[in-house]
Design a protein around this ligand. Structure first.
Ligand code: SAM
Ligand code: ZN
Length: 325
């Protein structure tokens, strides 16, 4: 395993010296061990949370595949995220990047395609990581480390990463969202950048209303909890107002640089398409214009399905007083 990968791992001791030993990564100083399976670093979870259980039942994400299917929400939304990644990713290709809850890696893939050399994708779902792993070509393998772990307990040292993203992930932690955010910031370096995407309260109200799920709409309205359904599995997750997130950011020493979102048009179009409401032929020119509309309406203030915030860690590191590493 490449040196840069060994250098970012957290250990129980204060002077970790990790080395590869067969299918294991062992600290020569204290014996702490991580296991490798299919070249994915695996950290066993103490107890699974509801988000992790949900993704296990549905065998992980397929957002990369979905992003290739016309008129799915992911088809449009992935382009929206790529617009933000192009705008906010570090210029330096050697920067250390972490994609928390990377799933099957549609965003991780963006960093690979764009020539970044130190990329880490972390997720609690093994199947998603494996699908991503199988897509990585031989020439890129040294540039990326995939890790099966929980967002609540990342196996990386503090003050490490230049850019951390968490796209549609931390809201699954519900009341532990703040713990997940703190963990993301623990591994982010001072003046490093953080980009996250969380479901908007207004957006999810609109979505569940359009889908005709009145009970879910009212639950989202009253409790700020949205029921996400995939075939016969479901999970309840948190939704946010921009003001609520701004408050949390202020308390976390995160300076908001840009606040935008993903517009509601992707789910509107995908719903209309699935319901058979789009009857006319869509020309390639119209498709391009719909994509542009989704991009522009995401940047403007308005009805967002997700709130996307790009921020910088300033002042004092939120975990400054915690023991190293
Ligand atoms: C909506 S998907 C987003 C995936 C990816 N970020 C993307 O944009 O394509 C949510 C992801 O969060 C992961 N996840 C949920 N709870 C998690 C947890 N506690 N720790 C780590 N990953 C988690 C799921 O396994 C899933 O891959
Ligand atoms: Zn050690």
């Amino acid at each position: 395993m490449e040196k840069w990968k060994l250098g970012i791992l957290k250990c129980k001791c204060s002077k970790p010296e990790f080395a590869e030993d067969g299918g294991r990564i062992v600290c020569n100083n204290c014996g702490n061990t991580y296991f490798l399976q299919d070249n994915i670093l695996c950290v066993e979870e103490e107890a699974e949370d509801n988000g992790t259980k949900f993704y296990e039942k549905i065998q992980g994400t397929r957002l990369w595949e979905r992003s290739k299917v016309k008129f799915t929400a992911s088809f449009f939304e992935t382009k929206i995220y790529y617009q933000y990644l192009e705008r906010y990713s570090p210029v330096e290709k050697g920067s250390l990047i972490l994609d928390i809850g990377c799933g099957d890696g549609r965003n991780t893939q963006w960093f690979i395609t764009n020539g970044y050399r130190h990329i880490v994708g972390a997720d609690s779902n093994y199947e998603s990581l494996l699908r991503l792993q199988q897509r990585i070509g031989a020439k890129d393998k040294g540039n990326i480390l995939l890790v099966k772990c929980n967002a609540l307990n990342l196996p990386f040292g503090r003050n490490m990463f230049d850019f951390v993203i968490a796209i549609e992930v931390l809201y699954f932690l519900n009341e532990r969202y703040e713990i997940g955010l703190r963990e993301a910031l623990r591994v982010l370096r001072m003046n490093g950048h953080f980009m996250e995407s969380e479901p908007s309260w207004m957006g999810m109200l609109t979505w569940s209303a359009v889908e005709g799920d009145v009970a879910n709409t009212l639950k989202t309205f009253k409790e700020a909890l949205f029921k996400e359904q995939f075939s016969s599995s479901s999970v309840l997750h948190r939704v946010f107002t921009p003001t609520e997130l701004e408050q949390i950011y202020q308390e976390s020493n995160l300076k908001i640089i840009a606040r935008s979102g993903t517009s509601l048009f992707p789910v509107m179009f995908s719903h209309a398409y699935r319901a058979g409401h789009i009857k006319q032929n869509i020309s390639p020119k119209q498709m391009t214009e719909i994509e542009q509309m989704c991009l522009k309406s995401s940047v403007e203030e308005g009805y967002h399905r997700h709130i996307v915030i790009y921020s910088e860690l300033r002042g004092t590191h939120p975990t400054q007083n915690e023991p190293k590493p």
